[in-house]
Design a protein around this ligand. Structure first.
Ligand code: IPM
Ligand code: MN
Length: 356
């Protein structure tokens, strides 16, 4: 197979972790006989610095012409600390999502046995937890118009809008994933208060009977927030709107104890995008110390969801697990043992794949 990939390293530690993900992708392609061709584009603060635009037209075109996008991280303290900054790296991310039609963000929440003791929850609650959050990514409060301030500046407003089409497509996606997993969908909303949530629930109730072998549960978002930490093993596929999903996926990501290891996939109308869930970690940029595993596991998701190449993805996971078990880990998880450099961890994983 020929893989045409857009590589968007972004800001902070993005370029360093991306180097390793590309090396791992190359090693997998060599092993399985795929042809890899990739082109690099700019996005985020580095794109603002070079062009004034956090998501330049050339980058968008590159993404549209590619079969998949590997994305590092964006964000820079330079913009975070300037409330008057007119353009921000995050705007690039939101535009990228909208322009690429990336309407679903998928975050698998899986545990790594060697890291369970790092969970803020008791081990027995998280051991073997394995669920997936599907967050609607291009609608709701993030994009609803009008958004702004009154003339005197003392009143502000955001608008939450959802259409039937937006809700239906993400719910069908949730059922599709649940069908390949533990056959349970949990629809999370605030239907006791919000009109958009009532539409979500109405449509979910229409769609559920089309999937008779899948169980459908409904939870209000406040209750879901509680259940995620009380009983994470009760979930299989959780599906929700944009802002609820933003909040719940951060909550869900820490319970495994391995925030630095979790990847995500954003899929939709055009090219799919794969990125780690962590940010650009500017304090570590250029120091060769950050953890590259979430980025490398994002490449695994790219093989699986982007190209339907399951064995390739599985070998990356196997290599990552082996590195954890061998204690070849960066300082964030080294715990008294030897801390390896970011590039050493990447090289170890590439080597594992080559020798397999
Ligand atoms: C995320 C991030 C973004 C979001 C920010 C950076 C705009 O928190 O990907 O979850 O809120 O969607
Ligand atoms: Mn977020």
């Amino acid at each position: 197979m020929k893989l045409n990939i857009a590589v968007l390293p972004g800001d902070g530690i993005g370029p360093e972790i991306m180097n390793q993900a590309v090396a791992v992708t190359q090693a997998i392609c060599n092993k399985f006989g795929h042809e890899l061709s990739y082109k690099t584009g700019i996005v985020g603060a580095c794109a603002i610095d070079q062009t004034g635009d956090p998501y330049p037209a050339e980058t968008h075109q590159l993404c549209m012409e590619s079969d998949a996008v590997l994305f590092g991280a964006i964000g820079s303290p330079k913009y975070d600390n300037d409330p008057n900054a007119k353009v921000r790296p995050e705007q690039g991310l939101l535009r990228m999502r909208k322009q690429l039609g990336l309407y679903a963000n998928i975050r698998p929440v899986t545990t790594f046995p060697s890291l369970i003791h790092k969970s803020p929850l008791r081990s027995e609650l998280v051991e073997d937890a394995d669920f997936m959050c599907i967050r609607e990514l291009t609608g709701g409060l993030y994009f609803g118009k009008p958004q702004g301030r009154s003339e005197d500046g003392n009143t502000a407003y955001d608008t939450c809008i959802y259409t039937r089409e937006e809700i239906e497509r993400i719910l069908h996606l949730a059922y599709k994933f649940a069908g390949q997993r533990k056959k349970k969908v949990t629809v999370v909303d605030k239907a006791n208060v919000l009109a958009t949530s009532r539409l979500w629930r109405q449509i979910a109730q229409e769609i559920a009977p089309q999937y008779p072998d899948i169980q459908t549960d409904y939870l209000f978002v406040d209750n879901a927030a509680m259940r995620i930490i009380q009983w994470p093993k009760s979930f299989d596929v959780l599906v929700t709107e944009n802002l609820f999903g933003d909040i719940l996926t951060d909550e869900a990501s820490v319970i495994t104890g391995s925030l630095g290891l979790l990847p995500s996939a954003s899929i939709g109308l055009h090219t799919s995008l794969f990125e780690p869930i962590h940010g650009s970690y500017p304090q570590a940029a250029g120091k060769d110390i950050a953890n590259p595993l979430a980025m490398i596991l994002s490449a695994a998701l790219m093989f699986e969801y982007g190209f339907n190449l399951m064995e390739e993805g599985a070998l990356i996971r196997e290599a990552v697990n082996a590195s954890l078990e061998a204690g070849v880990v960066t300082e964030d998880i080294a715990e008294g043992g030897k801390a390896y450099k970011l590039s050493e961890v990447g090289a170890w994983i590439v080597n594992y794949i080559n020798n397999k």
